[in-house]
Design a binder for this molecule. Sequence first.
Ligand SMILES: Cc1ncc(COP(=O)(O)O)c(C=O)c1O
Length: 434
Amino acid sequence: MTDRDPAPTTRPMQPAHAETPKDAETPNDEAFHVEYAARVYRLPPYMFGRINALLYQKRRAGADVIDLGMGNPSDPPPDYVIEKLAEAARDPRNHGYTQSNGILNLRREVASKYFRRYGVRLDPEEEVMVCLGSKEGFSHLCLALMGPGDTAIVPAPFFPVHMYAVALAAGNVIALEVADSEKFLRNIAYTCQHLYPKPKLLILNYPHNPSTATVEPEFYTEIVRLAKRYQLMVISDFAYADVAFDGYQPPSFLAAKGARDVGVEFTTMSKGYNMAGWRVGFCAGNAEMIRGLGTIKGYYDYGMFRAIQIAAILALRHGEAQIEAQSKIYQNRRDVLVNGLRRSGWDVEPPRAGMFVWAPIPEPWRSQMTTMDFAMMLLDKGDVAVSPGSGFGPAGEGFVRMALVENENRLRQAVRQIARCLKNAGGNAETNTV
Ligand SMILES: Cc1ncc(COP(=O)(O)O)c(C=O)c1O
C-alpha cells in the first residue's frame, strides 16, 4: 500500500444557483455518479466477504453452521454491570453529551487497574483517554500521528485495522513477521537503520491476533530501547490483556521503564469483560500522543453515553474474579478444540492467551489449495465457518483462525464436522474420534 495509488477522477461542483434555462431542461433521470475519496480506493476488497456470503446463504437455507469466524464474545457481562447500566440509564442527568475523552471517574478506574495489575502509575487527567472501543481510538490516533510520506511498522500477519487505519491516514506500511519475537526485534532495528525516511510508528499487538504469539516483559524493555534510539513512536494494542491461560499473565508495554516516553497502549472491555457491543476501550500512556488523539476525537465525537461509562466503572472495579472466570472458560474451550483436532489428525498448537486457535492447514490440502478455498470447503462441506489466514495478509496464507466463541459442546460438534469433512475430502483425518 503506497501513497501513490491513483486518485479518483474528480468532477467539478456546480454552484447552487446554476439553474440556467439549459440546466432546467436536464432530464431528471440522468445518471448520477457517487465519487468516493481517494482513501476509499486505497482499501482492498473485504477478504471475509466470500465466507460471509456463503455463511448467510447456508443459514437462510436452514443449515446449523457453527461460526468460529469472528472473535465476537458470546457470553454476557455480569448481572450487576447490566443492572448498573439500567439504573444509570434511568437517571435523566445521564442523557446529554459527555466529554470525548471520557468521564474522570472512569479514567481513574483505568489508572487504578494499571497500578493494581502492572504496578504502572498513570495520571488519569493527562495519561488516560476513553475511546468508543479500542478500534475507534486506534484509528483516530493513526489519523493524529500519520500522514503522506510517513511509514508505520505493523505486525504480520495483521489484524486488519492495524494496516488499514494507517492507510486511511495516508501513511505507508511495512509488515514484519511477529511469530519469533527475537527476529521481529532484529527486523525492526534493521528497518529503522535502512529505510529512508525512517519509520515513524511501530504498532505492536501481544497477545497477537491472529497468530496468538505472546511475549515476556523483557521484550518491551528492548522495544523502548529501539524506540528511543530510532525516534519511533509505539502503539501497543493490548486487546487480549485479560484473556490468558495456564497462569500466564500477558505483560503490559507500559510497565517497561521509559515506555511512557515513547508510546501508548490500548486496552478494551470487549474481550475479558464480555462487553464488545458496548464499545468501551482505553488509550493510556504518553500524554502528548493522547492529546493528539483527543484533538481528533474532539472534532469527531461527543463522548460515550454516560450510563455506559458508569457501568464500566463498576465492571472494572469489581471485575477481577469475573475476567479470571472468563479466561478459564476460554481455556477449557481451547482444550476441547485443540485436543479434538489433534485426535482427528490435525496437529495444532494450544495458544496461551487470546480468543483464537491459529491452525496451520494440514497436508495434503496445504499444498493443494489456497487458504481461502480450504476455509470455503470447511464451511460448504462441514458447516463450520473459520477465518482464512489470508484475510490477515500474505503472512497468514497457510493458516486458518478459529475463534473460541462457541461453548464446549458446540466445539466438540465442530471438531466432528471438520474431521468428517476432511475425511470425505480425501485426507487422513478420522471421524468420531472425540
Ligand atoms: C487485536 C485487536 N485489537 C482491537 C480489537 C477491537 O477491540 P474493540 O472492541 O475494543 O474495538 C480487536 C477485536 O477483535 C482485536 O482483535
